[in-house]
Design a protein around this ligand. Structure first.
Ligand code: FE
Length: 227
């Protein structure tokens, strides 16, 4: 055993050194991240009410994603099988997740931080904790109400970012953020709400002629019109 002493010292010594090296590497990576962010933080970075509005929006996009995922799963069940409607909701869930991802990316690009354990990812659950819908129309109506809320919330981001106030009392119009949310997100909101309103109206008209069969016909023929 005596003869192994120097080997063990060398072995544990090298493990200790490698742990220290990893810690040092982690620490220097963290320093690099902090430095990179602080380099992006100037008077034109996203902050204050503008930052809070975008942070809230990321949470709302993720909530929309989980809501649509729940709707998609609900209409995929054998008990209430509406496969094309389900696909529409599942595709919408992916779209909303992509919106959140785009917004996270934008925040980081503009010197903002993401509080992944706090605001943006906090208590994600479907809107109103609802997991059962009495009909496809019921789900479309919920989706429309959700999208109208999202539109309102994006409008709030634009207002907050085009009139940012700073500690020194100065006001700066963040043209880029206002433009980014107006052109990239608001335009898509208007298309999305129009589409949902159209689905609800079509289903309503079909129900007048076909009663309960309308929903099955709608699902069979259901094709999302091109943008
Ligand atoms: Fe969205």
């Amino acid at each position: 055993m005596k003869g192994y002493g120097p080997v063990l010292i060398l072995l544990f010594g090298s493990i200790h050194l490698s742990v220290q090296d990893t810690d040092t590497a982690r620490c220097s990576n963290r320093m690099t991240e902090m430095t990179a962010r602080s380099l992006l933080m100037d008077k034109y970075s996203v902050q204050g009410d503008c930052y809070n509005a975008i942070s809230k929006q990321i949470h709302q996009e993720l909530t929309a994603s989980i809501t649509y995922l729940t709707m998609g799963a609900y209409f995929s069940r054998a008990e209430y099988y509406r496969p094309n409607v389900a696909k529409f909701f599942l595709d919408s869930a992916s779209e909303e997740r992509d919106h959140a991802k785009k917004m996270i990316d934008y925040m980081l690009k503009r010197g903002g931080d993401i509080d992944s354990t706090g605001n943006e990812m906090k208590a994600l659950k479907p809107v109103g904790n609802k997991v059962v819908w009495e009909s496809v129309t019921d789900a479309f109506k919920d989706a429309l109400a959700l999208e109208q809320e999202v539109t309102k919330s994006i409008t709030n981001i634009i207002s907050a970012c085009e009139s940012q106030k700073y500690d020194d009392g100065k006001q700066i119009n963040d043209y880029h953020t206002a433009d980014h949310f107006t052109s990239d997100f608001l335009a898509e909101q208007h298309d999305g709400t129009r589409k949902l309103a159209g689905f609800i109206a079509s289903l309503h008209n079909m129900e007048e002629h076909h009663g309960a069969l309308a929903e099955i016909i709608f699902d069979t023929k259901f094709a999302v019109p091109p943008q």
